[in-house]
Design a protein around this ligand. Structure first.
Ligand code: ARG
Length: 358
């Protein structure tokens, strides 16, 4: 990034931050220091509270996220002092454990230094391996085929199960990446069952408690944090209407329709829709039963509309990406479906990183 664009980004973020946190009287003094640092060194250090608030505003600006009503309540772990590979793994395991909180999921972000050259290879800290067998069929989560292959190349032993938790892979600078298994006692898995269709449990479906995104960078005031894993709690449809049901994921609608005795010969019977709804009900039911926090799409949609109103009240326009905000099932039953959204990109924000093995 050129100094000029960094200067611009730094200035506009610091203005926003000091204004929103009622520190405007401190802005000029702070800005002159930051300006000097950028002109001299081509970069600057965010103060603790500036980084903390920046991570939260980046969430507020994440147009794809329906859960933004809670943007102020994220726990920010500032790990900018960490650099040994051991302490990176320790911080990541601690993130999993703290965020999972035995089921009472806490929105959390762990931020490593922007100059640390730490790159987490996992798309998410918790994820299931995907394998392609010789006959062309898949085992596990096809989404993670490439990452699983990289783990295997590094020496991780494939287990060929449908729900094998992948190790965490960390690379520092140009050193070779290192993998470590996640301690099993900090992983919480939920077995999926249905209160009415008992044979659901025979499918042996599971999902993990905590979705921790680790392939996005956090940008605050022009400073880019490439290692900044963050999480919220699940909305049921992410698992029920995508991960377990998409044709290029676990693709389970046909076996589910069969166990429900639906007529799968005729599209007209809406067997896919019926199977989808019961699967989504089973996901919500099972998470609740296991004491793992989850939100249904109707509640999440309502919370999103509250977020929009709250933003308006505070003099901001909520931005949003309609195609992501509207849940993948029963769209028209929710207010978000009938709401226009403005998908413009504000800063701070989170951005996808390229897969590091390419
Ligand atoms: N959709 C992703 C998944 O199914 C997770 C994305 C983040 N989700 C969240 N509720 N914070 O794993």
């Amino acid at each position: 990034m050129s100094n000029k664009s960094l200067l611009n980004k730094a200035e506009s973020y610091l203005k926003l931050c000091y204004l929103e946190l009622n520190k405007h009287h401190l802005f000029e003094e702070r800005w002159s220091k930051v300006k000097l640092s950028i002109e001299k060194d081509g970069t600057y250090e965010l103060l603790d509270f500036e980084l903390d608030y920046g991570a939260k505003v980046a969430w507020r600006n994440s147009n794809k996220c329906i859960g933004r009503l809670f943007w102020r309540s994220m726990d920010v772990f500032d790990m900018r002092n960490v650099n040994s590979i051991d302490s990176v793994f320790e911080a990541l395991f601690e993130h999993i454990n703290y965020a999972t909180n035995n089921g009472n999921i806490r929105s959390t972000i762990t931020i490593f230094h922007h100059k640390s050259e730490i790159r987490i290879w996992n798309p998410q800290l918790l994820s299931f391996a995907g394998y392609k067998k010789k006959d062309g069929s898949f085992v596990g989560d096809p989404k993670n085929l490439n990452f699983t292959n990289e783990c295997i190349k590094l020496g991780w032993k494939p287990k060929m199960g449908n729900f094998d938790i992948l190790p965490i892979v960390v690379q520092v600078g140009s050193k070779p990446p290192v993998f470590r298994d996640i301690p099993t006692d900090i992983i919480k898995l939920v077995s999926i069952e249905h209160p009415k269709f008992k044979s659901f449990s025979e499918l042996n479906l599971k999902w993990y408690s905590t979705p921790i995104i680790s392939n996005m960078k956090l940008e605050v005031g022009g400073i880019e944090f490439n290692a900044a894993p963050f999480n919220g709690w699940y909305m049921g449809t992410e698992i029920g209407a995508r991960n377990l049901s998409d044709e290029n994921r676990y693709n389970l609608l046909l076996p589910i329709a069969k166990l429900m005795n639906l007529d799968t010969k005729s599209k007209h019977s809406l067997w896919k829709d019926r199977a989808l709804i019961e699967l989504n009900f089973a996901v919500l039911h099972s998470f609740k039963k296991s004491g793992v926090k989850i939100v249904d799409h109707h509640t999440a949609s309502k919370q999103y509309m509250q977020f929009v109103k709250k933003e308006q009240k505070e003099g901001r326009e909520a931005t949003g990406d309609w195609s992501w905000i509207v849940p993948p099932i029963s769209g028209s039953t929710m207010e978000v479906f009938h709401t226009q959204m403005n998908d413009i990109e504000n800063s701070p924000n989170y951005f996808y990183l390229k897969d590091p093995w390419i």
